[in-house]
Design a protein around this ligand. Structure first.
Ligand SMILES: Cc1cc2nc3c(=O)[nH]c(=O)nc-3n(C[C@H](O)[C@H](O)[C@H](O)COP(=O)(O)OP(=O)(O)OC[C@H]3O[C@@H](n4cnc5c(N)ncnc54)[C@H](O)[C@@H]3O)c2cc1C
Length: 405
């Protein structure tokens, strides 16, 4: 067991920090003020290979692997929580799902442009009937009509849907079969019958706009079926297993950002002639944040390490997502305590960290749902890691491959 980051990991961390300073820092405020989607920043992150970390070179990937992806995503989210979403849509849940389940033609057509962020991706599973019960709640249907599927229905909370070019969308092709009747599709948003309506979300900026999506006789060639008919539920759950790498990475980044901000403030703010950090109750908050964030980071790195070994690691991803969301909500709340009233001003991004931690708490598997999965596994009722779905494309960075060479 080795807890040291490798030299490559540390170099990547440094590179991302420099990128954040040079390429994001000077322009991000402008995007926020203009309420503009930061396509150009996405494109630059894509060019750097940030999104292609877990993709083979044959599709333009950088083959750096899952641990490096977690490190990159953590660093970006630490500085700019809103930009962390890019790692779900341009890397894990959208193109990685196409890479894992698509045929060669689909992979070549969609994946390279998504990971370079020349095109924006989305992942459309949740419906108004309840995100925690995706199969039961799913009313969207797809019917084969000649050489096309015709899709009707609606989705909710679909991030970037108003900006997306492509997406992975789930619909029932056989309503009589429950979750076995769900199929996955690669959709193109410029076809008639697709409409995305942004939802106003309090506390989250424009860059993380989630939308209602309406599909009204939306036609798609049958070649755009992803995997086989009826495989959609398996594809969705597998996609979420990978999404549960970038979500905790974002949460750890956010919590670390809040901690670093709090440390600076506790050293600089003088109260009754003493720096705030001299007060024991402030020290308790800083101590808890420090240790809990490190624990969340270790769970995250463990799940990334297992993925680098070729495992799906459903159990470890659930542990990591659940714990990181608890830690980040607690840490950002602690930052609020430390900053007092100044937390609420625009001078410091404390509320931004807090809002994003709360938002991520719910996404990619609500906390109670993660708890149910973890408890059923711990009780010995359902082995969380029972579905180890082999990745289609091993990467050069895979530990299994490296250890053989
Ligand atoms: C900002 C944002 C962005 C999102 N982006 C996307 C996206 O891009 N694509 C997408 O498909 N979805 C997206 N989602 C949807 C997200 O995955 C769902 O919000 C989430 O799955 C929860 O679903 P729900 O909101 O319908 O809550 P519900 O399913 O109604 O759950 C409500 C509460 O009940 C709890 N609960 C559920 N089951 C149990 C149980 N068995 N026992 C006890 N308690 C339980 C949950 O923990 C939750 O706290 C996004 C959500 C948000 C907020």
């Amino acid at each position: 067991m080795d807890f040291e980051l490798t030299e490559t990991n540390r170099e990547i961390q440094k590179l991302v920090r420099t990128f954040v300073k040079k390429e994001i820092g000077p322009v991000i405020k402008g995007y926020e003020e203009r309420r503009e989607f930061p396509r150009e920043i996405f494109r630059k992150m894509g060019e750097q290979g940030f999104f292609g970390s877990c993709f083979p070179e044959s599709v333009g990937g950088s083959e750096l692997g899952f641990l490096n992806l977690a490190i990159i995503c953590e660093e970006i989210s630490k500085a700019h929580p809103a930009l962390g979403y890019a790692f779900n849509m341009q890397s894990m849940t959208c193109p990685f799902t196409i890479l894992n389940w698509g045929n060669d033609e689909q992979i070549q057509k969609y994946v390279p442009d998504l990971i370079r962020a020349k095109k924006i991706g989305m992942f459309a599973l949740t419906e108004p009937g309840g995100g925690s019960d995706p199969a039961g709640a799913m009313k969207t249907v797809a019917k084969l009509d000649g050489d096309d599927y015709v899709i009707n229905g609606s989705k909710v909370f679909i991030t970037f849907a108003n900006e997306a070019d492509y997406g992975v969308l789930f619909a029932k092709t056989d309503v009589s079969k429950g979750h076995r009747g769900i199929s996955a599709f690669i959709i193109e948003t410029d076809r008639p019958g697709f409409k995305a309506q942004p939802i106003e979300m309090s506390g989250l900026g424009y860059m993380t706009r989630s939308c209602e999506v309406f599909l009204d006789n939306y036609r798609l060639p049958k070649e755009n079926l992803l995997g086989k008919e009826g495989e959609g539920f398996k594809i969705a759950m597998n996609a979420l297993d990978y999404g549960r790498l970038t979500v905790p990475a974002r949460l750890v980044g956010i919590a670390q950002g809040a901690l670093e901000l709090s440390i600076d403030y506790a050293n600089e703010r003088i109260l009754k002639g003493e720096p705030l950090g001299k007060y024991q109750m402030i020290q308790h908050l800083i101590a808890d944040m420090t240790v809990e964030i490190e624990a969340a980071r270790l769970l995250l790195y463990k799940s990334a390490y297992l993925k680098d070994k070729g495992e799906t690691a459903t159990r470890e991803s659930a542990h990591s997502k659940y714990f990181a969301s608890e830690v980040a909500t607690k840490a950002t709340r602690a930052a609020y305590e430390i900053f007092g009233g100044y937390a609420l001003t625009d001078e410091y991004p404390v509320m931004k960290y807090m809002n994003y931690a709360n938002m991520l708490h719910m996404g990619e598997g609500a906390p109670n749902v993660q708890r149910v999965l973890i408890a059923e596994d711990a009780l010995g009722w359902k082995d969380a890691n029972r579905h180890q779905i082999k990745r289609r494309f091993p990467l050069k960075s895979d530990l299994a491959v490296l250890s053989k060479s």
